[in-house]
Design a binder for this molecule. Sequence first.
Ligand SMILES: [Zn+2]
Length: 107
Amino acid sequence: MIFNVSHAGNETTVTECRCPTCRNVQPWSDECRRCGTDLSLLRRLAEESVRLQRVLLAAMTARDDALAELTLRRLMQIAPTPLLDQLLRFVTHEKERHHPPTYYHEA
Ligand SMILES: [Zn+2]
């Protein structure tokens, strides 16, 4: 766990993080309170991850398989998890089911 998020209603916010240098868990700030490591990039990644999760939920609700696949690949780049991997397999399978490659139609 590098960062924690809280879910309240429709809002998901990043609440605390673990410093990758000294492993101190602390509320969000751009600089580690213990060792001074710059955490601003980590914060941007965490916020991007939360944003992408919202995009993913909307894409899957709208059955937009192409957008869901793109969003899942981006999320996997930030922090791969077994759940994301399974979702990616599911979405890829759905996309091929709805838009089969043209050779399926050839005689
Ligand atoms: Zn630290």
